[in-house]
Design a protein around this ligand. Structure first.
Ligand code: FEO
Length: 168
């Protein structure tokens, strides 16, 4: 049976992962409206991965005898200043998600739930990869500076997804 405190914080994570899916879908929509087809694909794939993360939590909570409740999801922002702003907000969001993943690990540790502790390791590694991938994109944007030549950048981003080097 899943420990109550662990169950509560994991149920709360369902909403956070689905909000992430919503946010990246909104970002994909912004990228599409602004002519970034590579970024659109990257964000759509990212959104789908967040749905997968959500399902992982739902399955785990239920498989341990908990109740995986699904709540309403807040509307994400629709507009962003520019492409750099888009990825800075992506990074800030993933850093926030990493802190929530770490909180689950902390509660599982405090409650002596070693099964959850071990299960959560996949998410700990996942967050390292997600942050690294977004930092790589921000590095590319820094190289571009104010040149405004985003055509190759956008193609590169598409390649990151296709090549499997992007966040999972
Ligand atoms: Fe589900 Fe991007 O963390």
């Amino acid at each position: 049976m899943l420990n109550k405190k662990v169950e509560e914080i994991m149920v709360a994570q369902i909403e956070k992962e689905m909000y992430s899916a919503n946010l990246y879908l909104a970002m994909a929509s912004w990228a599409d409206r602004n002519g970034f087809s590579g970024v659109t694909q990257w964000m759509l794939a990212q959104s789908q991965e967040e749905v997968d993360h959500t399902v992982k939590f739902v399955n785990y909570i239920n498989s341990r005898g908990g109740k995986a409740l699904v709540s309403s999801i807040a509307a994400p922002p629709a507009d962003f200043d520019n492409i750099k702003d888009l990825f800075e907000k992506t990074l800030a969001h993933e850093e926030y998600v990493s802190s929530t993943i770490n909180n689950i690990v902390k509660v599982a540790q405090e409650e002596g739930d070693y099964t959850t502790l071990q299960w959560m390791q996949w998410f700990v590694t996942e967050q390292i990869e997600e942050e690294e991938s977004i930092n790589n994109i921000l590095d590319k944007l820094k190289l571009l500076g104010n040149s405004g030549n985003y055509y190759h950048f956008d193609n590169d981003i598409l390649g990151m997804r296709g090549g499997g080097a992007a966040a999972e």
